[in-house]
Design a protein around this ligand. Structure first.
Ligand SMILES: O=C(O)CCC(=O)C(=O)O
Length: 337
């Protein structure tokens, strides 16, 4: 029910019981590394081979990197954040029109992660949209704020182009043809999650989103420029990925880990909340076509490096992913050859 949305309540004075994680699952915020150097790649650099080498290095060691001078107009990024926040500030009755807790819906405003299934909730509301092809989905998107459809569809188009450019760079960085990933992944779907994390009275007891990997191919995340919250796991330690002005955070999804035969990592990441400021993030997911067959490229298989995963379709993977809990073991483990 729409009254479960956190964003309809102006101030939360205490954390409800059903958001409190058991002691052993809490975020232990004091142990997070706050000053690590998360790789940042300037895509406008004229030294293309250096850019490819930086991407290779980041995908191998972190599975995450930030991109700067990426070609998506800064003004559009700002507008997207503004309309996203305006959406969450709409009156409850307006938001209730879009509310659903059915994960199969192609456009829905919801809360936590999967409210029907989970026992402990997460301190997040989100608007989830299917975005491609736009003519199939944009007509159903919210028309309040009035510029929502126009801004969000322009944003999705630019982000998609950036995604394809990165898939090209990632293919080259693995020694494959530039179009390799794009061709294997087929006519890709594109989904967007607009995440709203309100101020939380007891952030040490809960999550915005608990640790998970992304089941898709590539994720392009626009972070709130003023508030940190994203953390990635490296060598068993959580590292804060602080927002950098005008940057996107890129992360390798499970399918690129499989298609790189395990050379690149789809790493665990999570969003934590805080008591001082609300936070927004906008995740764009490039998702393989359901019929795409995912199997490691011949070129990346050798005696020393045999195929790590069996061949499967994305449809099979996606079903498996959603039949489990978000923070279960890495779903790719179930597809080992
Ligand atoms: O809010 C964030 O920084 C992370 C969001 C995320 O991981 C997701 O939407 O899957």
């Amino acid at each position: 029910m729409a009254d479960q949305l956190l964003s309809t309540v102006p101030h939360h004075h205490s954390l409800p019981e059903n958001y409190i994680r058991p002691e052993s699952q809490r975020p232990r915020l004091a142990e997070v590394i706050s000053d690590a150097h998360v790789p940042a790649v300037d895509l406008s650099s004229p030294d293309k081979s250096h850019v490819i080498a930086q991407i290779a290095d980041a995908c191998r060691s972190y599975g995450f990197f930030q991109v700067l001078n990426h070609g998506v107009p800064v003004e559009l990024m700002v507008k997207m954040m503004v309309i996203a926040l305006e959406f969450f500030r709409l009156p409850p009755e307006e938001k209730a029109k879009h509310y659903s807790d059915d994960p199969a819906r192609k456009m829905r405003l919801s809360t936590s992660f999967n409210i029907r299934k989970e026992t402990v909730h997460n301190w997040r509301d989100y608007l989830r949209l299917h975005c491609y092809p736009p003519e199939d989905y944009v007509p159903e998107w919210p028309s309040n704020p009035s510029s929502f459809k126009e801004v969000a569809s322009a944003y999705c188009k630019e982000v998609r182009q950036l995604g394809f450019r990165l898939l090209g760079a990632i293919s080259l960085s693995l020694g494959l043809e530039e179009k390799y990933m794009e061709e294997v992944l087929g006519e890709q779907e594109q989904h967007m999650a607009i995440n709203y994390y309100p101020k939380c009275p007891q952030p040490q007891l809960t999550y915005g989103l608990p640790a998970h990997t992304d089941p898709n191919a590539l994720t392009i995340l626009l972070q709130d420029p003023d508030v940190s919250g994203l953390q990635v796991l490296k060598h068993d330690q959580w590292i804060a990925v602080h927002p950098q002005p005008h940057a996107f955070v890129i992360n390798i999804g499970d399918q690129l880990q499989a298609l790189s035969n395990g050379r690149y990592k789809s790493v665990w990441h999570r969003a934590v909340v805080n008591s001082e400021k609300e936070r927004m993030s906008i995740a764009s997911f490039l998702c393989p076509c359901n019929c795409a067959t995912i199997s490691p490229p011949e070129k990346l298989i050798s005696e020393a490096s045999p195929a790590m995963y069996r061949s499967y379709t994305y449809e099979e993977y996606y079903k498996k992913f959603w039949s489990r809990n978000l923070d279960d073991e890495h779903c790719l483990e179930l597809f080992r050859s």
